[in-house]
Design a binder for this molecule. Structure first.
Ligand code: ADP
Length: 184
């Protein structure tokens, strides 16, 4: 677990289930169809209920690296920002750029809607096969850089499902914030 302040935004890591997070928006590690799946996507659709699928059907899918928002329905979170991470083995040198774009687009959408708190899972680190240390490096750099340039978010929280991911994301957040942030 770690927590740093960067330009007025708290950036932190916790261990947990993202579908239980009480924040303005949880980010879903979705696929391009936006019609549900396993892992994070499954937990979010189960928690939100069938109305979520109905709203998702009207969105006509989502490109890799982009994001689209829906209501949170039965989740404690008010909104869900669905983003599509890269499949590591298919992305070659574009993997990091696409993963960074997922984080950036999700935070842009949150700010556009006046949201203050956002929770991310370890996007692409499950069935999409992104090595956790590499993904944590990209996610941490992208979030710290974004909040340094864009005030408005009060909280960006990474919700990790296991100790390996928690350790990796905590270490990378502290490293990335080292330049611009400070531990309270
Ligand atoms: P992707 O398809 O983008 O790889 P997954 O949902 O398969 O997404 O997994 C992404 C990461 O989220 C993995 O590290 C996985 O262990 C973790 N994870 C799975 N379920 C949950 C959950 N309910 N809350 C938070 N993290 C989860």
């Amino acid at each position: 677990m770690s927590s740093v302040m960067v330009n007025g935004t708290r950036v932190e890591t916790v261990r947990g289930d993202i579908s239980c997070e009480q924040v303005d928006a949880v980010v879903n590690a979705a696929n391009r169809a936006l019609l549900g799946g396993g892992g994070v996507d499954g937990a979010i659709h189960r928690g939100a209920g069938p109305e979520l699928l109905a709203e998702c059907k009207a969105l006509n899918g989502c490109d890799t690296g982009d994001a689209k928002m829906t209501r949170g329905y039965g989740l404690p979170a008010k909104h869900i920002i669905h983003t599509v991470g890269p499949v590591y083995s298919e992305s070659g040198p574009n993997a990091a750029r696409r993963l960074a774009s997922c984080h950036r687009r999700s935070m842009e959408i949150a700010i556009e809607h006046g949201l203050k708190s956002v929770a991310f899972p370890a996007i692409s680190c499950g069935v999409y096969g992104y090595p956790v240390d590499e993904a944590a490096h990209v996610a941490a750099n992208t979030v710290v850089e974004f909040v340094t340039e864009h005030p408005g978010l009060e909280l960006v929280r990474f919700v990790l499902f296991n100790d390996e991911a928690l350790r990796a994301f905590s270490a990378q957040i502290e490293r990335a914030a080292g330049a611009g942030g400070h531990t309270p």
